[in-house]
Design a protein around this ligand. Structure first.
Ligand SMILES: Nc1ncnc2c1ncn2[C@@H]1O[C@H](COP(=O)(O)OP(=O)(O)OP(=O)(O)O)[C@@H](O)[C@H]1O
Length: 283
């Protein structure tokens, strides 16, 4: 079976020789829900941008540096593929800051997901076919914000706006959703809600979901598999359930602040958190 995302030997150097990504190999099968974790600056967003074909990897060196999405080449040896716009239409993007047009209605923002498959004259006049309007309303109902369909997007709470962003990917009919820190600006309740919706579209629709997270506890709770990055290299790729404070302490040895931050809220609310931190060598 063709993988949803296949990254081979991807290396990206910025500026004076600092590798933001260092020979990254990663295969994500269709229908998986994968967390991408790592401290600030570990390369999560850079990897996402490469998969989206927004940034080209290094050309030099011995690395192959290729990325396929649904078997189609996003980039190869530092060159962005010719079909990249078309491939990108198969990826739904969700960002930390929602990426909605605040002054437009929630419904119009959701319908924007259909733009890629409509002729330009329709999009210019915002003439969306009935089927897409129905699809958008159904998507908004699914994420629980249908009652706000005719409100301006900017008036919604952060959690509601993020749900609209997910509804937009449903209208896009994207088989792959890449969510870059979708809960970083949200409170715990809204965060759980957004993660539950991502989990639902993964389980019910078979949509492949890749989500970057700062905190491991959300990865453990919602994503069967976690990929951990450190300084541009994959230091863990396996079941989220096997991630323990001890293991994180080992993975991020010498960077205790990063390990402690990644363990995050799970550390804060357990009565045994000090013991756990001690066990992990974090204090
Ligand atoms: N356009 C750029 N020019 C120069 N350096 C960059 C650029 N983009 C990213 N970097 C560097 O690449 C490294 C990885 O950054 P990246 O944003 O991917 O990390 P991240 O894991 O997503 O961090 P965060 O969790 O803070 O978003 C960092 O050292 C960053 O400074």
């Amino acid at each position: 079976m063709v993988a949803a995302i296949e990254v081979r030997q991807l290396t990206k150097t910025f500026g004076a020789g600092r590798k933001a990504l260092d020979a990254v190999d990663l295969t994500i099968e269709k229908g998986e829900m994968v967390a991408l974790i790592g401290a600030s600056g570990s390369g999560k967003s850079t990897l996402m941008r490469h998969v989206a074909g927004l940034v080209a990897a290094d050309r030099k060196g011995t690395h192959d540096g290729s990325i396929l999405v649904n078997g189609r080449p996003v980039q190869d040896k530092g060159r962005i593929g010719r079909e990249v716009r078309d491939i990108r239409s198969e990826i739904g993007f969700v960002f930390q800051q929602f990426g909605l047009v605040n002054r437009m209605s929630v419904l119009t923002n959701t319908l924007a997901g259909a733009l890629g498959r409509l002729p330009q004259w329709r999009t210019l006049f915002k003439l969306f076919p009935r089927a897409d309007r129905d699809l958008a309303m159904a998507a908004l109902a699914r994420v629980g914000v249908a009652d706000w369909a005719y409100e301006r997007a900017g008036t919604l709470s952060g959690g509601q706006q993020q749900r609209v962003a997910i509804a937009r990917t449903l209208v896009q009919k994207a088989p792959v959703v890449m969510a870059d820190e979708p809960i970083a600006s949200l409170d715990p309740t809204a965060s759980r809600n957004v993660m539950e919706i991502l989990q639902r579209i993964n389980r019910e629709d078979g949509i492949t979901v890749v989500v970057t997270l700062h905190q491991v506890d959300y990865a453990v709770r919602y994503c069967p598999r976690t990929v951990a990055l450190r300084r541009g290299r994959i230091v863990y790729d396996g079941p989220s359930a096997e991630l323990t404070p001890q293991l994180l302490g080992e993975l991020y040895a010498g960077d205790q602040e990063a390990a402690a931050a990644l363990w995050g809220t799970a550390m804060q609310d357990g009565a045994d958190s000090l013991e756990m931190k001690l066990a992990a060598g974090l204090v």
